[in-house]
Design a protein around this ligand. Sequence first.
Ligand code: FAD
Length: 592
Amino acid sequence: ASIVPRSILRSINDNNADHPDVALDLNVANFDSVLKETQATYAIVEFFANWCPACRNYKLHYEKVARLFNGPEAVHPGIILMTRVDCALKVLLLCFLDISFLSGGSVLRETISSGKVGDVGPTTFLLIEHEKKCRKVDFSSFTTLSHQLNGAWLASTHDVAKLEHQSDATLPLLVLSAVNGLHIIFWVGGQSGLKLPTSYGLDDKKYENGHLESNVSDAGQIVHAVYDVEEATSTAFDIILEHKMIKSETRASLIKFLQLLVAHHPSKRCRKGSAELLVNFDELLPPDIWSAKRQEFIIVNGKGALKNFQICGKEVPRGNWVDSQSGYAFSNQVIAAALWNFIANSLLGTTFFDLFFVDLHFVVSSSKVVFGKEGGYGYDLGYGSVSDSGCGLWVLLHSLSVRVEDGESHIAFTAVCEFIHSFFICEECRQHFYEMCSSVSTPFNKTRDFVLWLWSAHNKVNERLMKEESSLGTGDPKFPKFIWPSKQLCPSCFLARSRIDWDRDEVFKFLASYYGKMLLSTHKGHELLGDGGTERVVLAEDLAASINAVVVPLGAALAIAIASCAFGALACFWRSRQKYKKLHHMHTLKNI
Ligand SMILES: Cc1cc2nc3c(=O)[nH]c(=O)nc-3n(C[C@H](O)[C@H](O)[C@H](O)COP(=O)(O)OP(=O)(O)OC[C@H]3O[C@@H](n4cnc5c(N)ncnc54)[C@H](O)[C@@H]3O)c2cc1C
């Protein structure tokens, strides 16, 4: 909450209902916390003065850019947090991560440091709290500041890279000044030191669902899919922990699935996190934790305190989905049903609607406002559990399926089936999926068979939901379920004119490309191999690169390296490591 009155200019603009401001106002009270807590990887801070006419004109440009990244209509959400600081506020205390990275830093450092505290009010506390890190900037310094900043980029690629490695830096801070919107976009897109996935344009459009007219060659769209997959992975893992679902009978399923993730997850950071978890599995989740109480204790207090572990890195989950209706449709009926369940759960310990799993904890801790398509809001009540992001989870499963080798296809299939069976809270989904798994009588020995099986299973779910939604009237008319892919998306997937007669070779080619090559087309460090029509992603270089990015335990690094050879090899490595640990443990005990 702002502790200072907003300028008149701001109030007028804020009341513009058509274009409410989306750039975040930072001030002394929220500067540090907003930048620390944001899920975005980068932040841009605009320094301006509310009395400055050039700044006022510039605001329109800045807001245009901010709308690409911030708010419910964001085309590229979760990447850059667009913020601003009104330097003309009476007394402004800015807590920079490290002010010296500014080439104009000396100006800031020289600004008033004593005797002009003025009407600080509640900020006094912050001044004390961040005494060492804070610098004061006041009204008089802004003129100099703006002079220094105008037209010149203050943070070079080099500076940004340096910032990333600072121990207390939660994110690099890029500082620019008033030029125009396009300059910002070009500048951001041109920062090769930043791991930004794509370049941006003011005309960028929000990506709509695959069944709508879709341009599959749009790399940005695929990058979005990677975000959803990361979000799904991270959410699934959180839910598994939150609900203490790791039991003696589900432990092996989790390990198998983690092995699959380490070897074939499309996101490098998820692979790395899964490897860390896998290699340290026995320490993090010792085999004796099967009571919920003990599990809770271990997760919170155990070695490495698993509750703080983020499987896809600290930026994920971001709390929003790019290309998903988030679990089930955001219909009022769904929310009503979930709330009924919540009430029923609290009062009677029972559930009215089988499909939805809601408990008090979920409603309080996991409910989040998610960005619906068309900018609408929906409440994600977490009732889908691992399917919290059914959409992201499907995309993850498909993208895993196209990455496995022929020889791994059946083991990967089993890993997926067991994982869904063990960790999907939605009973109906779980059962239905399990039935489809059980109906497979001959083991898969080709990637193609597994890929097509998963595609067909997903379509069976789509078909079932289509029927349910039309009979119950619960579907969202804007996002109807449909048999996928559509003709627009893959014309060659259809034989002749028939809607349901598939050319399975073409479907496989399409899926391999859509979930394989396309998903990673903008990621560096991977190599694409043509494999008889299959696009297979070779991860070795990509994975190896991740070892250097952040310090990972040696074991994890090894696991990553081995994972790049084959999923099967990893399973083998993992087993031998666990065996070694056991022997080592016994040896230690003996010595004691
Ligand atoms: C394993 C599993 C089982 C589920 N079972 C149920 C259930 O029984 N009942 C229920 O209500 N919900 C179930 N769900 C959730 C449901 O399937 C959807 O995930 C959810 O309704 C969100 O739908 P969506 O329209 O965002 O796209 P989703 O159906 O989640 O699909 C995500 C994306 O995948 C692509 N896609 C769609 N179909 C296919 C396909 N056949 N092959 C490859 N790609 C495709 C599209 O680009 C789509 O946008 C299940 C989810 C999972 C992961």
